[in-house]
Design a protein around this ligand. Sequence first.
Ligand SMILES: *[C@@H]1O[C@H](CO)[C@@H](O)[C@H](O)[C@H]1NC(C)=O
Ligand SMILES: *[C@@H]1O[C@H](CO)[C@@H](O)[C@H](O)[C@H]1NC(C)=O
Ligand SMILES: *[C@@H]1O[C@H](CO)[C@@H](O)[C@H](O)[C@H]1NC(C)=O
Length: 368
Amino acid sequence: MHFHQLLPIFAAAAQALPQSTSVRCREVQIPITVSTPRFIVTADIHDDWDAAALTLNLTRRDVTTSADPLPIEANMSEPVKSTYTVGATLCGNGGPTLVLTHGIIESKLYWNPKFLGSEKYNFVDAALAQGYSVLSYDRIGVGSSPKVNSLTDAQFQVEVAVLEGLVNYAKTKAHATQVALIGHSYGSYISSGAASHVPVDGLVLTGFSGTFDYFAPFVAGAGLRVAKTQNPFRWGHLDSGYLTTSDLYAETYVYYAEPHFEHTVAEYTFNVASEPFAVGELPSVLATTVNYKDIKAPVLVLQGQFDVSACGGNCVGVVNGTKELFTGAKVLEYVDNLPAGHNLNFHKIAPQAFQKIFTFLKAQGLKP
Ligand SMILES: *[C@@H]1O[C@H](CO)[C@@H](O)[C@H](O)[C@H]1NC(C)=O
Ligand SMILES: *[C@@H]1O[C@H](CO)[C@@H](O)[C@H](O)[C@H]1NC(C)=O
Ligand SMILES: *[C@@H]1O[C@H](CO)[C@@H](O)[C@H](O)[C@H]1NC(C)=O
């Protein structure tokens, strides 16, 4: 049988399905021009020996003090202008719009996974079912976005500026009437940075506690390796400053908590959804001060209790510290005890976590 003879069968099967992301979403390429100063990141990563050295430098107990060993030399004083064509998925027709930013060693598949039985973990579908529009994107250097230099382009303040550009795109090109930023992990820091610069209508942070005090178990536990040699088939085209986890179980330790997830889901994220991060990202976020007090939007911090990177494995007694960060926010609510590790969306509690987000947004006036 020829392929074209199968097509009508596929078409009929697709029609029988309920409206899903495939019919209500489209892949878009969004050019964003940013003009931001750059750090000079001196970490030169050629191989796994260098990745091990970087791990020691980033996990030293004095990493955040003034005489710290952060591999950053100076700030370039002049802004650097760059245009990046960001790969994104746009779903819906505007109105209240959620802009989603994934974390490190993740991609936009974090919000929109595709595997047998993935429906309950799909935040994009859950948001569409509520009537929201959704813009999710791959961070520069990741997945469908351009491969940028791991030291000079992939820096925190550049990625904050990219998100600000995407907020502008949602409002001017995608008919957004209101915008809420939803972040996960490093994406929560990026979302906070953007919300401290441009007005938004809501901010939801997951995989986030506002403190880097528990960063070391994450960096050490991930077992950072050079992505291009770790998996040449997937990542041979990246420069050697892109890093990933050493194996499935290292990634499970940093992102999942037993017995609250299915092993097959962790296998999917490791084998399919995960994407390397760039070495410029961690030192640049550690060296930047986010002015949380400038955020006016209502804020929800929604946490799996057993999150390693945000809370050292127990968020109760840590996430309450966000009260002292978001002092300018119209509202701050936090949840510190969902039965989950760092990758909240991929734990069994995901459907209830998603509903908490929608309940919060609606209470803040973001009503589809
Ligand atoms: C780690 O720190 C040492 C001592 O400051 C420095 O020589 C080295 O270049 C750093 N390596 C990386 C990869 O950051
Ligand atoms: C770089 O700039 C940031 C923010 O402007 C500032 O907090 C930091 O002290 C500067 N670092 C260096 C090494 O000049
Ligand atoms: C958070 O809770 C812990 C444990 O109950 C407490 O020691 C700490 O002072 C609280 N922090 C804030 C900012 O309320």
